[in-house]
Design a binder for this molecule. Structure first.
Ligand SMILES: [Fe+2]
Ligand SMILES: [Fe+2]
Length: 481
């Protein structure tokens, strides 16, 4: 592996030799003002002049790729960074398994690849748009800084996809890159492409759940694309995953801290019954059943992002060598072509759920989603440990895959979080037990009061164990303008 050094002299930091690639350099310089306009319009509202203690990627060396400093967000150095090329890399799966990885787009897969890049690209600015109001209600400067870090990195991920579009997809790529700045999350006429990215992120518990569940879908998609036979996509995604780890961290520790604070407050007040929401809420913390409802909402919305259980697109993308499985290169036990294999899929037959063996190629969305749920379970275990450690009898759970779905087999029915099928009338009656109700929203909103003194935290969230970049507890992560 050779680590290509990052060129920081030009307008666009990069390690892709932009200086000697005049066509792409010009195209990106032309796209740049539109991006900055988008960031000013749709980026964190009210904080564009604040100095934020951010990390910026300055290298792709895993041992030291980032530096921390105060930056005004519009001045952030959004760069184009690809993981180093692996000498002699082969396509790890599909019909072309074992052939040299492609350095150019294979003509027959052009449309498929472009669509994949555009969908990935569309999610990046979408989450910035969804989160743009949250700075105003940050529970601490530490959390505010983490929000902005996630936001600028999603901006960089947009740059990463736009680079691929300009470099490899000609005039169609250019048009797609422009369109990525035109769609808007939640807009009635020009929405973002995927459902979960048009939902609101109204409060900080939603933000933590979003970074836990929805960014984790992003992680899984990036992992699958990091396996791609199209080497530039693989290298791009591999570096994005380095940054994505922090987004997972923000979600997981965010929810942990909320849970911890609730449990501590209950213990101090001598409340044993976690379902006594009225008393718990008087303590200024979020009761565990409400945390469960938020979890149900964001988990189910994120499951929809994996698409249909049975999918020809997924089969074609794998067969073509475009999109692999989670950590394909580390999987043993099959031929990585999957033409003869099957995979169990939960399906709806005459109103009942049955597990059915489907052709493994058609079931790849399912496989990725199953891997995703396993990954989700890890953090969940930590949240439950925190509850247990406080001596409270309550367990957070992932909802059943049939619960609250809008895509796939189970979008046709209603089910409770345990997977019991419900009639329309039963669902209407009980859904406020499963998903945040209006009164839950009003309560959570009442807690969303900004705390901007260094080292202080809102009533409903515990401080983190350690600071970012090992900074002390009272460090001023954001210097407000
Ligand atoms: Fe991202
Ligand atoms: Fe992310």
């Amino acid at each position: 592996m050779n680590i290509v050094s990052v060129d920081y002299d030009g307008l666009i930091p990069n390690n892709v030799g932009l200086g000697s690639d005049v066509r792409v350099k010009r195209a990106l310089e032309k796209w740049h003002p539109g991006y900055i306009n988008w960031w000013q319009d749709m980026g964190p509202e009210g904080f564009q002049q604040a100095l934020v203690y951010l990390r910026t990627a300055v290298s792709v060396d895993p041992k030291g790729w980032a530096k921390f400093d105060y930056v005004r967000m519009p001045d952030y150095r959004w760069g184009i960074l690809l993981a180093p090329q692996v000498e002699g890399r082969k396509i790890p799966f599909g019909a072309h398994k074992g052939e040299d990885a492609w350095q150019e787009v294979p003509g027959e897969y052009r449309a498929m690849l472009r669509r994949l890049v555009v969908i990935q690209g569309d999610t990046e600015p979408a989450s910035v748009e969804q989160q743009r109001h949250l700075g105003r209600t940050a529970p601490s400067l530490y959390d505010m800084r983490n929000l902005f870090q996630v936001n600028v990195e999603e901006g960089r991920h947009l740059w990463a996809m736009v680079y691929l579009l300009h470099k490899y997809f000609g005039s169609e790529g250019r048009d797609e890159a422009d369109a990525l700045l035109e769609r808007r999350s939640g807009d009635a006429d020009t929405p973002r492409m995927l459902g979960a990215f048009n939902e609101k992120t109204p409060d900080w518990l939603s933000f933590f759940m979003f970074t836990y569940f929805t960014d984790r879908d992003g992680k899984m998609q990036l992992e699958a694309q990091a396996q791609s036979g199209f080497d530039p996509l693989s290298r791009t995604c591999r570096f994005m995953l380095t940054e994505e780890a922090h987004h997972m961290f923000v979600g997981e520790t965010g929810v942990t801290r909320v849970v911890q604070k609730t449990c501590e407050a209950m213990k101090d007040a001598g409340i044993d019954d976690p379902n006594d929401s009225e008393r718990v809420r008087k303590l200024g913390v979020i009761d565990l059943p409400t945390i469960q409802k938020k979890l149900n909402l964001h988990c189910s919305l994120s499951l929809d992002l994996f698409g249909n259980e049975i999918s020809t697109n997924a089969a074609n993308a794998f067969h073509a060598g475009i999109k692999g499985r989670f950590r394909e290169d580390r999987l043993n036990g099959d031929d990585h072509r999957l033409e003869q294999d099957t995979y169990p899929v939960l399906r709806l037959k005459d109103g009942k759920m049955v597990s059915e063996d489907a052709p493994a190629l058609s079931a790849l969305n399912m496989r990725l989603r199953d891997d995703y749920l396993k990954d989700c379970g890890l953090g969940l275990g930590r949240w439950n440990k925190a509850i247990e450690a406080a001596g409270i009898r309550y367990q957070l759970k992932l909802p059943h895959q049939a619960f609250h779905r809008h895509i796939g087999e189970f979008s046709a029915i209603h089910a409770d979080p345990d997977g019991n099928v419900l009639s329309d009338a039963q669902w209407e009656k009980r859904k406020a037990d499963y998903l945040p109700s209006d009164s839950d929203r009003v309560y959570i909103e009442s807690l969303m009061q900004p705390v901007i003194e260094p080292g202080r935290f809102a009533s409903w969230i515990a401080p983190p164990k350690v600071g970012i970049d090992n900074k002390p507890g009272d460090f001023e992560y954001v210097k407000l303008a």
